[in-house]
Design a protein around this ligand. Structure first.
Ligand code: HEC
Length: 129
C-alpha cells in the first residue's frame, strides 16, 4: 500500500467518525421533554391529526403523506423527502430552510443535542405497531 492510499483510507475513516450515525448519543428520556415543544400541534397516536399531522409511523414515510392530514403544503408534498434520523435532523433544525415553502409554524431547534434526543425519542414513540 502506498502513502496516497493510506492517506485516502484514513480520510474515509475520519469522515465516518465525524458524520457517524445521526442518533449517536440521543437520549430518548430527554427527548420526551423536548417533544413538549411539538405537542400542541403533533400527536403520536395513529390518525390523530391536530394543527400538524400525526407523527405515528413517520420514520421511513414520504414527507407530506401522513394519512388523513389534508392541509399539507404543496412544498412538502413535492419535496421528495423521506423521513429518517438524518432528514428529521435537518428539518427540525430549520424547517423553512429544509423545505422551502413548507408550512410548519416552528422556528427550529438550534441545539444539536435537543434534536438528537428528540429524534431518539421519536424513533421509539412513533414506531408503527
Ligand atoms: C405550531 C404548530 C407546529 C409545531 C409547534 C410543530 N409542528 Fe411539525 N408540522 C406542523 C404543520 C402544520 C406541518 C405540515 C407542514 C407543511 O405542510 O409544510 C408539520 C409537519 C411536520 C412533519 C412532517 C410530517 C409528515 O408526515 O411529512 C414533522 C416530522 C414534524 N412536523 C415534526 C415536528 C416536531 C418534531 C416538532 C417539535 C420540535 C414540530 N413538528 C413542531 C405544525 C407544527
Amino acid at each position: 500500500m502506498n502513502r496516497a492510499m493510506l492517506l485516502a483510507l484514513s480520510l474515509v475513516a475520519a469522515l465516518a467518525v465525524v458524520s457517524g450515525p445521526a442518533l449517536a448519543g440521543g437520549d430518548a428520556a430527554k427527548g420526551k421533554k423536548v417533544f413538549a415543544k411539538c405537542k400542541a400541534c403533533h400527536a403520536l397516536a395513529e390518525g390523530k391529526n391536530k394543527i400538524g399531522p400525526s407523527l405515528y409511523g413517520v420514520f421511513g414515510r414520504k414527507a407530506g403523506t401522513a394519512p388523513g392530514f389534508k392541509r399539507f403544503s404543496p412544498a412538502i408534498k413535492k419535496s421528495g423527502v423521506v423521513w429518517d434520523a438524518e432528514t428529521l435532523d435537518k428539518y427540525l433544525a430549520k424547517p423553512k430552510d429544509f423545505i422551502k415553502g413548507g408550512r410548519m409554524p416552528f422556528a427550529g431547534l438550534k441545539k444539536k443535542a435537543d434534536r438528537d434526543n428528540l429524534i431518539a425519542y421519536l424513533e421509539k414513540a412513533t414506531k408503527a405497531k
